[in-house]
Write a protein that binds this ligand. Sequence first.
Ligand code: MG
Length: 376
Amino acid sequence: MQNRRNFLVRSGLIGSALLTGGIKNDFFSKNIGIIKENSKMKLTFKPYTLELKHVFTLSTSSRSTTPVVLTKLEYDGVTGFGEASMPPYLGESHESAVKFLSKVDLAQFKDPFEIENILEYVDSIDDHNPAAKASVDIALHDLVGKLLGKPWYKIWGYDKEKTPDTSFTIGIDTNEVVKQKVKEADEFKILKVKLGRETDKEMIETIRSVTDKPITVDVNQGWKDKFFALDMINWLKEKNVKYVEQPMPKEMTDEMAWLTEKSPLPTFGDESVQRIPDVVKAHGVYSGINIKLMKCTGLREAQKMLTLAKSLHMQVMLGCMTETSCAISAASQLAPEVQWADLDGNLLISNDPFEGTKIIDGKIVLNENPGIGLSK
Ligand code: MG
């Protein structure tokens, strides 16, 4: 026990845990992580709570914190970092992630290069917990990239010059706060706006009163009528909106296919597209898909979804939850291959423990750091 405690203190897990808000010590000490002495790879994890700079409002909920779990995967003196981000409405929590990660036994694997075998096994542990699974996937990719001495975009052969600008999300708020948020987003070339309320047009007009930058909109399933949705999209096109994400409820497949056919703007499925089989279902229903590591269990599946969507001539955007720079930097490794990116989750929080891929003048700029691109 003493050795284990020393290891946790050395690795920074206990010390940093004391700095995290909202986590009871007794909960933490019971669930701090599993170290299997016979394993060549050591997986450890800790709950952490992200503090948002602004209260974040969607069409369905508001919140000011997001629970995450940070993972570490060690092998041969090298450490990979990972993260599970779990907005409450998606059903995962500190407790569910800790429970899931406690079941992960990597002792059966010889080394971390067995990525497919390892992540197939992790996925098979249960049918749920996509974010907890992603935290293992990201740490494993970080570890393997570091062992190979290359960032993943290079391992995959992607061209770092092809990364898109990222949008910056302006949450639903009062007119004055919205104007303030637009000012704070000066560096960004594309703004993303959350719609799906009575005040949709007012929100767009408020932004248009202070900037003419391109806007993308995310309705988060908020429009229930296809004719209303089409009228809105026609209006939005005149306001220099570039695409519409998840305009209607995810179950309304036929209406959505009708809308996409008539829409003057590309439509993207987000809530309706979680994992690989959903890409095929989205074909002919949406113009494109929004890939997020936390929905699809991590980089391994995200890269397969990207390849599949492109082969179906669908557009691809990369999205995120509120996350630290760990998961954002991981997702950014795929950025050279997508048309649109919405990787601003780390910029919305005030207690990011990591540094990774940077946004410079609104553009995603990949670095040379091996693995997922973290510098700390
Ligand atoms: Mg969305």
